[in-house]
Design a binder for this molecule. Structure first.
Ligand code: SAH
Ligand code: SF4
Ligand code: F3S
Length: 467
């Protein structure tokens, strides 16, 4: 666990609340108070949870993996699809029993799902054992919320004020090798199916110097991979006075000394410029992989999704990237069964997938989100039909993945050794995106090694370390 104790910039009032919480926990004789965090959703939430853990440590808690021994349980939730939400209700409901066993236990719900007024109201009214409900732009106030709950009523704070980003929140990072670095928050795009802009608020970019400071600290403490995060990293810096856009930011981070690698997600095709592709090509530490969600291969559906590019524009972008970097790998998100989508429209998604040849895909069946424009569009295709299309897509992608993987046999790649699989077997990801498994000795763990790919079996690439 890494604990960022550089708290000089963190809000003094929150630091004071954290000290008061510590004192109260002692006063109430909560011996060795423990906190358990459950995170749903995307990397943005995972990254927020690392800061939430940092604040809890500042309040005097230690972290535990065991929910049953916790004195503080927090659910950081996701609202992107119905399925994500359903899981949360069950998890939160199960804390009722735990509270009966431990009267000191506090339960908090935050994140994108809690940000929706109707959901937050439901937690507040129907789940009386939930002590604290707070939204996505209030999480830096967690010490205050805990203090308030310990001394008074339940807490409910949902304000989405889009104010400046609070810096220097303490962080307890989950890993030591690969770390998240949020560069911007929120989204202005309002794709018609998507809840994110409503629950994350408007786009706000962090100051480039803050990002460089965090990246430098991470590299100094041994991180080998930095994942830059944002709902649309390509629009980094828009509307800010510092004049640094995402292409410039990549070059600045690339200039930081050290042996590390830079990844980033998510890129929106509409903001993926030639300047950015040049930067990716020129920066030797930036991976040769672009996660570039296209969502649908049909220009008609893309228009209804408000994605602001068409099939042709997307394919041009892929070509522009491959002209610069022939080996660049692509991954994408796809929605199957957007309202009004026909089998013919879906086939355009299928042909695009076959044409581009993505390394892998994140595929979703459309899930209506209340309050978004798509939720009220006529949606005649049945769930069953959509399921069939979805499976057709998976089968097509499996074939492509297999082909792509076989084409890598004989190639050498620089791999960050991330996982010890036991018995001298290790695995990691290449400078592109593919994962490879190889034999090694313990000192390879956490380091970059050059691996020659030898074979592809059981959906796995196997290689040999050559230095
Ligand atoms: N900002 C990112 C995506 C964030 S959400 C981007 O624009 O690419 C992650 C993915 O969830 C989306 O790319 C989309 O494919 C999927 N998604 C979002 N809303 C959805 C919905 N209502 N139903 C199904 N999938 C959805
Ligand atoms: Fe959602 Fe579109 Fe924003 Fe991505 S770009 S978070 S899909 S609204
Ligand atoms: Fe889910 Fe919120 Fe991320 S809705 S996908 S956790 S931004």
């Amino acid at each position: 666990m890494n604990f960022n104790d550089n708290l000089t910039g963190y809000l003094p009032e929150q630091r004071a609340f954290a000290s008061r919480v510590q004192a109260l926990l002692k006063e109430r004789e909560v011996a060795n108070p423990k906190a358990h965090i459950v995170t749903f959703g995307c990397q943005q939430n995972v990254s927020d949870s690392e800061r939430i853990k940092g604040m809890l440590i500042l309040c005097g808690y230690t972290l535990t993996e065991e929910i049953t021994e916790a004195d503080f349980i927090l659910f950081n939730t996701c609202a992107v699809r119905g399925h994500a939400e359903d899981r949360v209700y069950g998890n939160v409901g199960a804390t009722k029993k735990l509270k009966q066993a431990n009267p000191n236990l506090m339960v908090a719900v935050c994140g994108c799902m809690a940000q929706q007024q109707s959901v937050a109201d439901k937690f507040y009214k129907s789940y009386p054992y939930v002590d604290i409900v707070f939204g996505t732009q209030q999480y830096h106030r967690l010490p205050e919320f805990i203090y308030r709950r310990m001394t008074s009523k339940r807490v409910y704070e949902l304000e989405l004020d889009n104010k400046e980003i609070v810096e220097n929140i303490p962080i307890s990072r989950d890993g030591k090798l690969k770390g998240w670095l949020p560069i911007m928050y929120g989204c202005n795009n309002f794709c018609t199916y998507c809840i994110v802009p409503y629950v994350r608020g408007r786009e706000r970019s962090r100051d480039p110097q803050e990002i460089i400071k965090e990246a430098t600290n991470m590299i100094k403490s041994g991180f080998k991979e930095i994942m830059l995060l944002g709902q649309n990293v390509n629009s980094y810096g828009k509307g800010e006075s510092h004049g640094v856009n995402f292409a410039k930011l990549l070059r600045m981070i690339n200039d930081i000394e050290g042996d590390f690698r830079i990844r980033f997600m998510t890129s929106h095709p509409k903001d993926c410029t030639e300047e950015l592709l040049d930067a990716i090509r020129d920066c030797e530490k930036v991976e040769r992989h672009i996660h570039l969600p296209f969502q649908s291969g049909s220009s008609k559906i893309l228009k209804q999704m408000n994605r602001r590019y068409d099939r042709e524009g997307y394919l041009k972008l892929i070509k522009a990237a491959r002209d610069r970097m022939p080996d660049v790998e692509f991954t994408s998100d796809i929605i199957v069964g957007f309202p009004g989508e026909t089998y013919e429209d879906f086939c355009e998604t299928l042909t695009l997938v076959k044409e581009v040849k993505f390394t892998s895909l994140f595929t979703f069946i459309y899930s209506p989100r209340e309050g978004t424009p798509a939720a009220v569009m006529p949606d005649p295709a049945s769930r069953e039909e959509k399921g069939k299309w979805f499976n057709e897509l998976l089968i097509a992608q499996d074939e492509i993945s297999e082909q792509l993987n076989r084409s890598l046999i004989g190639k050498e790649m620089r791999v960050l050794c991330e996982e010890d699989l036991g018995d001298g077997v290790y695995s990691g990801k290449s400078e592109f995106y593919s994962s490879v498994t190889f034999n090694g000795t313990p000192e390879v763990m956490g380091n970059f090694v050059t691996v020659r790919v030898e074979k592809y079996e059981n959906n796995t690439l196997y290689g040999t370390i050559i230095n």
